[in-house]
Design a binder for this molecule. Sequence first.
Ligand SMILES: Cc1cc2nc3c(=O)[nH]c(=O)nc-3n(C[C@H](O)[C@H](O)[C@H](O)COP(=O)(O)OP(=O)(O)OC[C@H]3O[C@@H](n4cnc5c(N)ncnc54)[C@H](O)[C@@H]3O)c2cc1C
Length: 421
Amino acid sequence: MSADSTNAGMETPSSAMQQKRLHTKQAHVIVAGAGPVGLVSALLLANQGVKVTVLESAASLNRDLRASTFHPPTLDMLAPLGLTDDLIAQGLVARFTQQRDRQEGVIAEFDMSLIAADTDHPFRLQCEQWKLTQMIQTKLHQMPHVQMIFNAHVTQVTQTSAHVQLHFMQSDEAQSLQADYLVGADGAWSAVRRSLNIEFEGFTYPERFLVVSTTFEYADHLPRLSYVNYCSDPDEWCVLLRVPSMWRVLFPTKSDETDDAVLSDDGVQARLQNLLPQAQAYVTEHRTLYKVHQRVAQRFRHGRVLLAGDAAHINNPLGGMGMNGGIHDAMNLTDKLLAVLRHEESESALDRYERQRRTIAIDYINASTARNKRDIEERDPIKRKLNQQALRELSQDPVRARAYIRQSSMLDALERAKAIT
Ligand SMILES: Cc1cc2nc3c(=O)[nH]c(=O)nc-3n(C[C@H](O)[C@H](O)[C@H](O)COP(=O)(O)OP(=O)(O)OC[C@H]3O[C@@H](n4cnc5c(N)ncnc54)[C@H](O)[C@@H]3O)c2cc1C
């Protein structure tokens, strides 16, 4: 029997995939926002043959220093898209993370290799988020069924039961586009979310966060420093994060300081000198001051519109869950959207997206990051000692340390989401 006749009448995996692609070929999805969440969504859909239009208000991709940590499950998810190896090549593999005290030094060190059985990437990757978006843009540019439109400022969304209409401004000209579905990944101030009057419930912290980047080599001066260090302190906690070319230091500001004072040379030098006195002034590469919120959209689905990433939920950066959680949204959402487009599932699958990811945003991402902030800034000396003792004991017990790492690297959240029907 020839190989051909063996397969006669049978669907090979590749022909099944081809059919799935053909099914979705006529479908058109608009993605609002070319941040990491919008672009991961666009790539996942386009890889399956869906026509995708990405609308981005800026003239080009954002190159600001924002998220810089990729958690293990995010690296696992990006691997089949051909992104993880290139990210690793451009980042730093952080096997250890530390909880420190600004005065006492290391309190607890966690070895991420304890989760080697749970992930293909048992480490955090320290790598700037713009490297991810740039890599995805290169891939999308090679796909004829993907269009990326820059300088396109989304203003309004309308929809019927059959399609969604997105209105946007381009060079002072009002334009509109129609599609089957819209992914609203247009960030914290999402025009998509606001156009649909979806509440963004939660609060804004009174203090702002300052991030300073410097080429100063902290590892030469602070003993046993890892690439990811959360440093608690009753007066001014900080986070020291290594990215390939520099250190990023995150500080909270006092609520009565003006932006100008915080960002001034004197203000920045005072903070850096207070952390580690040096005879010379620190050379700084970037300074960013931003407001921090804990908010979750009241709905993640409104008919044919799905919110994801910062448009759906925002949180403080303690734990590095903003971008990671958003990419997890994109994976979950596109999986269901593809099933709906292929008529394999009804639209109720999209409600399951909301149930799964909104629950995680509230119970896990916002809860964990809020707790991380409470712990790192704890002022009560007795509570501080107790927290630190608990962390020490945890780090020395491999079973409990593994559970802690699974939780902080978002593996548990993904399992929990999957269990929500
Ligand atoms: C200063 C700063 C520092 C941060 N640091 C960290 C960190 O250390 N760790 C961490 O985990 N997270 C951090 N974050 C959060 C992290 O960057 C976000 O969670 C992540 O970028 C979310 O990705 P996103 O694609 O959902 O949204 P975004 O990255 O915000 O992308 C949204 C895109 O939509 C575009 N857009 C906005 N409005 C419109 C419109 N009307 N029409 C069309 N396009 C529009 C924007 O230009 C942008 O390109 C930081 C955020 C900021 C602002």
